[in-house]
Design a protein around this ligand. Structure first.
Ligand SMILES: Nc1nc2c(c(=O)[nH]1)N[C@H]1C(S)=C(S)[C@@H](COP(=O)(O)O)O[C@H]1N2
Ligand SMILES: [Mo]
Length: 406
């Protein structure tokens, strides 16, 4: 059924019910005109994303950036990847929104309104790097199921909120607390209201870090709907799946949290390296914690052309989960030799660091610039691919751009 037919075919009442509210001046609709509210949702305008963002899935919405879009030091919303496991909640009422803190390891369950959270606790702002555990999945062979992220499921925004630590202190937690698990308002794709799309968490030590926030602002404004409005847990440096969006409760657990996508093989990698394609039992899979060292060249865009004799300025970001990036290098000879980049300190722990370099090429022709970061424990990025794992997580291979000298 094409759109024109769709309009002629549907009664005004039917169109209104699809939109969710009556079309007030519906009788004045020009013949054949399709109300915008009935057209295919345009994710770019719906989520205020740049048109160069790449949509990987629409049920649920998943969208990634390209390297050159991530050039800003602090990622604006329009370039921030979206990873949803379920349906974005609708009809959010901030006045009645509650955050419940419960679980086996709290003395007594406690409930906070948004206003209580904001007025009772000191607010902090940190730049926090969030990278999906599956970023880079598309390169693994044999391929892994799931969103085929290339390099764009990472961002570093400014997050403002209260410390989870302060809230947990206010509630009072028992000495047997080992983990926290989040619960959220998004709904399961099946429509089954008893199922949660995702409910993950972090060990209590991570929960009590100063930078672990219950956030209500992103880049100085209310968190955009797709990123967790009105409240979000933010655990920088860990797989972003630990940062629960649309946060409604946090359970303090006396065991490892066991919500959906926390168990089985989700966000887990083989505890010991395996051969590509090997089957791994769930009990031999370990939960991903801090993300590995990685970097991105965000300028220039791959395919850049420069004139002989000119130097090429490159820049980008590097991050290393809980660790600091201590060295940043580039290679123009496919990894045979490496030269140092200038590397800035992080503006706070768990924020990505910026690097730059000015490159001289020996003669005309095709080159690739490869970038490699090393962390404070001397781990560096693999040149092509890290160890294969069944779900295609943690691809921290060197980012590469093509350059022609003409
Ligand atoms: N409630 C809820 N929180 C969630 C998710 C989700 O589907 N529902 N997805 C997680 C995953 S897997 C990732 S990678 C990040 C993505 O965050 P973003 O969409 O703000 O970039 O959110 C995490 N938090
Ligand atoms: Mo993710």
């Amino acid at each position: 059924m094409n759109r024109r037919k769709f309009n002629n075919y549907l009664s005004l009442a039917a169109m209104g019910s699809i939109i969710g509210t009556p079309i007030v001046f519906g009788k004045k609709l020009p013949a054949g005109y399709i109300p915008l509210g009935l057209q295919d949702p345009d994710p770019f305008s719906m989520f205020k994303k740049d048109k160069e963002m790449v949509v990987l899935n629409d049920k649920p919405w998943n969208m990634e950036a390209q390297a050159h879009l991530l050039d800003d030091k602090i990622t604006p919303n329009k370039y921030m990847f979206i990873r949803n496991n379920g349906k974005i909640p609708t009809a959010i009422d901030v006045n009645s929104w509650k955050l419940i803190i419960d679980g086996e390891s709290v003395n007594q369950k406690k409930t906070y309104s948004l206003n209580e959270l904001k007025s009772k606790f000191k607010q902090y702002t940190y730049q926090l790097t969030l990278e999906c555990g599956g970023n880079g999945r598309s390169e693994f062979n044999p391929p892994a199921k799931g969103n085929q992220w290339t390099i764009g499921a990472v961002a570093c925004a400014n997050w403002t909120g209260v410390r989870l630590k302060d809230v947990l202190e206010d509630v009072g937690i028992k000495s047997d607390a080992v983990y926290i698990g989040y619960h959220a308002a998004d709904t399961h794709l099946s429509g089954d209201p008893t199922k949660e799309p995702i409910s993950r968490g972090v060990p209590i030590a991570k929960a009590l870090q100063e930078e672990t926030l219950i956030a209500f602002k992103m880049n100085g404004e209310a968190i955009p709907l797709a990123h967790g409005y009105p409240l979000r847990l933010v655990c920088g440096g860990w797989p972003a799946s630990a940062s629960g969006k649309w946060l409604t409760s946090i359970s303090v657990r006396n065991k490892v949290h066991d919500g959906p996508k926390m168990v089985g093989s989700s966000y887990r990698v083989p505890c010991k390296p395996v051969a590509p394609g090997e089957k791994v039992d769930d009990e031999d899979m370990c939960i991903i914690e801090s993300m590995p060292v990685k970097s991105l060249i965000t300028y220039p865009k791959t395919g850049a052309t420069i004139k002989t004799g000119q130097q090429l300025s490159i820049r980008g970001h590097a991050w290393a989960g809980e660790l600091e990036v201590t060295k940043m290098e580039y290679s123009i000879d496919f990894g045979s030799t490496w030269k140092k980049c200038d590397l800035a300190m992080a503006s706070n722990r768990l924020a990505w660091q910026h690097f730059k370099a000015s490159i001289r090429f020996p003669e005309k022709g095709y080159y690739e610039v490869w970038a490699r970061a090393t962390d404070s424990q001397s781990n560096s990025q693999p040149m092509v691919l890290p160890g294969w794992n069944p779900k295609g997580y943690l691809n921290n291979a060197c980012h590469r751009i093509a350059v022609k000298v003409v």
